[in-house]
Design a binder for this molecule. Sequence first.
Ligand code: NDP
Length: 287
Amino acid sequence: MNSNVQSRITLPDGASVPRIGQGTWNMGEEPSRRAEEIASLRLGVELGMNLIDTAEMYGDGRSEELVGEAVKGIRDDVFLVSKVYPHNAGMERLARSCEASLKRLGTDHLDLYLLHWRGSIPLEETVEEMEKLVAAGKISRWGVSNLDTDEMKSLLRIPGGNHCAVNQVLYHLGSRGIEHDLLPWQQSRKIPVMAYSPLAQAGTLRKGLTENAELKEIASNHGVTPLQIMLAWSIHKDQVIAIPKAGTREHVTANAEAGRIKLSADDLWRLDEAFPQPGWRVPLDMI
Ligand code: NDP
């Protein structure tokens, strides 16, 4: 297989995105790391992880500025995702936030714009404003983040709510709550889950996770690291995209390689035993 090919997934409107993209939270904060962070993102795009996720919140726009620098000259090769603060997701403010993000990113449109989490502005208003941005060509599609099943159901009852392209939520081997009902619900409607913190930077069970003996042994059998197994695991279910954040070329390369790991039925069974999904409904895990 060509080393630059990542497996891909189709969004509800037919757009194709890689199963592993790139997160950028905490990027652009440290001047001494800037050049390496930019080089890492560009390498990631070359290696097929051409979805880049950022947000107006990250470093008060510094992450978007860094991404803007990273995609200079390769903008058309990148599927660019940003997010709006809930308090900016209403009339006038949404368009203003979007314009400011576009400016920082040095582009004229976003491929996907997400409501970062649910705030007090009615979803109806946010959907209406998002649809206006689509009509104006400022964004190609919109989605949400950190919405649990009931909120997703409410969203889909709103006129235009069925245009929601993804729901970005926390999901990794140590935080499997969404498998109870949110993930199956989204799978049945073909609305992808975009898994954040897939390397367990946050979430219910994160400390010591990579020290688990089963995980270590499976990793050793594949000749990879436990984190690469975690990343491969995070995208093994239907309709899941993962967006690991990596600030070094070494980490980016390892993450791209994780996209080619084939977990066997036995690997998956052992991981299920070591990290069981909760047998009951749990509130959505989030940072
Ligand atoms: P991740 O689970 O992706 O973990 C990131 C950490 O893992 C960093 O410390 C990084 O180090 C390290 N790392 C990356 N690759 C490797 C590797 N191959 N080997 C060893 N270490 C590695 O955490 P995030 O919380 O950042 O989640 C990913 C993205 O999801 C965010 O960046 C953001 O874009 C998005 N997100 C969205 C949220 C939301 O509310 N919608 C909330 C949180 C995140 P280093 O930087 O040194 O490479």
